[in-house]
Write a protein that binds this ligand. Structure first.
Ligand code: ZN
Length: 391
């Protein structure tokens, strides 16, 4: 078995070791070490990164008690210096140890069992069962976790035999953390004792702060999202930057954001109503002109008008002049819209013409009865599409 220095000492950032076996798997060079400080992906915690001599460690996987370090270049047998991406690892240690504390609070205070743990790029999550945690209990759980952080409780690693473990109160016996006859237990003093093979901080004070950031129902469980430590600070920093940017745009401080946004929303709805009214009037006026046009097939481009306006106009024209057929184009400055519509008394294969226009615009469309509507990604192709109507 490959020796795991990370189990002995989670704080070991660099170590002199030895490459004992190496090879290439599906084009990816790999190496096994006599002793490693690199945590392999497992138990919800991602694999470590860092350097193995001149090579970058891009992934670490455990297979049958052997640890494979995947590298950006081939390794050579013999002595090698290891160096961990410590900032990344410590951040993982915060989320992972924080999860132990959060899991114990959810169980002891709220009767919610943790069924799964995920450590993601921006936040981590535990899946809780039963899936019920209201806002008030969530705040209480967060407060309790932060209290445990302030307590600065030691986090200890114990190795015990199965007989010794049977005498202890241990929360989960879930994932296999046993090493032969020895079982690895992580104890958060006075809070939790748990079987685990991961890497942990040595004191809850190192978790800095806990923030529960939201919940989501998933697979019949409740996914509770959280951040600890550096990740929580980075999140606050990003929020402050967004707030400052919004302040510039809205011309008001954060406390006024909801009020300003609600005002804008009211204004937007009123403008939409006014616009719809104006469009209806415009469509009626334009319809009179188009219905009186001499040609049987009327082709027009109405710059800046959307598909809804084209439909409105088409319906009004054909109601007044049922012997006519129409091809109307609109655009939003970027995309093109079109409508093909034929009146009751008109002779026009709207489906064939519509398909031809969709092709000319490099877009798509569909038809029903005597109408066909479509769109294309480039309004610049409308003049060319208009020419294809005649052909
Ligand atoms: Zn753990």
């Amino acid at each position: 078995m490959d020796e795991r220095a990370f189990e002995r000492d989670s704080y070991c950032r660099a170590l002199a070791s030895e490459v004992v076996e190496c090879g290439v798997e599906e084009g990816r060079p790999w190496a096994r070490l006599a002793t490693t400080i690199f945590y392999p992906e497992g138990g919800g915690q991602p694999a470590d990164r860092g350097r193995l001599g001149a090579a970058a460690v891009v992934d670490v996987q455990r297979r049958d008690e052997r640890i494979y370090h995947f590298l950006d270049r081939p390794a050579v047998l013999g002595p090698v210096e290891l160096e961990l991406d410590w900032a990344r690892r410590f951040e993982h240690m915060q989320q992972h140890t924080g999860q132990h504390v959060l899991t114990s609070v959810c169980k002891d205070r709220h009767g919610l069992a943790t069924r799964a743990f995920h450590l993601g790029e921006t936040y981590s999550a535990i899946d809780l069962d039963p899936p019920a945690l209201d806002e008030a209990r969530m705040t209480a759980a967060e407060d309790r976790v932060n209290e445990i952080i302030r307590d600065a409780r030691p986090v200890r690693v114990h190795t015990v035999t199965p007989e010794e473990m049977a005498q202890l109160e241990v929360r989960t016996r879930g994932f296999p953390a046993s090493v032969g006859e020895r079982i690895r237990l992580i104890e958060v003093e006075g809070i939790d004792r748990n079987t685990c093979g991961g890497t942990h901080v040595r004191n809850t004070a190192e978790l800095q702060v806990c923030r529960l950031v939201g919940t989501e129902k998933m697979h019949g469980m409740l996914r509770l999202k959280f951040v600890f430590g550096g990740r929580a600070v980075a999140r606050m920093r990003a929020q402050d930057e967004r707030e400052a940017a919004l302040k510039e745009v809205l011309g008001a401080g954060p406390e006024a954001f909801p009020e300003v946004a609600a005002g804008w929303d009211r204004e937007r709805r009123a403008l939409q109503r006014a616009l719809r009214q104006t469009e209806a009037e415009l469509a009626a006026a334009l319809a009179t002109g188009l219905a009186a046009a001499p040609e049987a097939l009327v082709v027009r481009h109405l710059a800046g008008r959307d598909a809804g306006f084209l439909r409105q106009l088409g319906t009004a024209v054909l109601a007044a002049a049922p012997a006519k057929a129409l091809v109307l184009f609109g655009d939003d400055g970027t995309a093109a819209f079109f409508l093909v519509a034929a009146g009751e008394a008109a002779e026009c294969d709207t489906a064939a013409l519509g398909a031809r226009l969709a092709a000319a615009l490099g877009g798509k469309g569909g038809g029903k009865g005597r109408t066909y509507q479509g769109r294309g990604p480039d309004a610049g192709r409308i003049p060319a599409a208009m020419k294809t109507v005649a052909g």
